[in-house]
Design a protein around this ligand. Structure first.
Ligand code: IMP
Ligand code: MG
Length: 180
C-alpha cells in the first residue's frame, strides 16, 4: 500500500467485479441503442476504460475536461470547461461517466450545458458517490459504491494530480493535505 494512504476502501478485485456489473446493466438498459460515453477528465479515465470493455453495445466515446478543484481538497463550486466534446450530440443517448459525485456541482453544470445541445437522453454513471456532501440536485443513474465523507485517491482519482495510478481506491491520510 502507498505510504500516504490510510486504508484501502475498494481493492482491485472489488472494483473489477462492480464495474462488470454496471457494464452488464448498461448493456441491458441500452439494448438496441448506440450510446455515446462522455468521460469527464481526468478522474474518470481508468473507470471509463474498464467500464467500456464490459459494455456489449455499438457505442462511441468522447471526453470533456473540466477543472473544479485546483490543488485543494475542497470544491470551489466553479466549473471551467477546458476541453469540449469533439462532435455534435443532437439526438444521441449520452452517458456521462464520472469518477466521483461529491457536491454534484460539476455534473449538474455539465448536464445543463449538454442538455442545451438536444441529446435524446442524458444518463449519469459514477464510480463513487458521497451523498452526504451533495448540494446540487443531482443523482446518478448508475453508481458503483457509496462512500463516507473522506478524501479518496486511486483508480483515476487524484490529490494535487498524484495517486491516479494506484490500482485501488484508498483513503488519503489527512496529514497529506492538512498543512495546505
Ligand atoms: P463535485 O462537483 O463537488 O461533485 O466534485 C466532483 C469532482 O471533485 C470529482 O470529479 C473529483 O475530481 C473531485 N473530488 C471530489 N471528491 C474527491 C475525492 O474524495 N477524491 C478525489 N477527487 C475528488
Ligand atoms: Mg473529476
Amino acid at each position: 500500500m502507498h505510504p500516504d494512504v490510510e486504508s484501502i476502501l475498494f481493492s482491485e478485485e472489488q472494483l473489477k467485479k462492480r464495474v462488470e456489473e454496471i457494464g452488464a446493466q448498461i448493456t441491458r438498459d441500452f439494448a438496441g441503442k448506440q450510446p455515446l460515453f462522455v468521460g469527464v477528465l481526468k478522474g474518470s479515465f481508468m473507470f471509463m476504460a474498464d467500464l467500456m470493455r464490459c459494455v456489449d453495445l455499438s457505442c462511441s466515446v468522447d471526453f470533456m475536461a473540466v477543472s473544479s478543484y485546483g490543488n485543494k481538497s475542497v470544491s470551489t463550486g466553479a466549473v471551467k470547461i477546458n476541453k469540449d466534446l469533439s462532435a455534435d450530440i443532437e439526438g444521441m443517448d449520452v452517458i456521462m461517466v464520472e469518477d466521483i459525485l461529491d457536491s454534484g456541482k460539476t455534473l449538474d453544470y455539465l448536464r445543463g450545458y449538454l442538455n442545451g445541445r438536444k441529446p435524446a437522453s442524458i444518463s449519469i454513471v459514477t464510480l463513487l458517490d458521497k451523498p452526504a456532501r451533495r448540494t446540487a440536485p443531482i443523482q446518478a443513474d448508475y453508481s458503483g459504491f457509496e462512500i463516507p465523507d473522506a478524501f479518496v485517491v486511486g483508480y483515476g482519482l487524484d490529490y494535487a494530480e498524484k495517486y491516479r495510478n494506484l490500482p485501488y481506491v484508498g483513503i488519503l491520510k489527512p496529514c497529506v493535505y492538512e498543512n495546505e
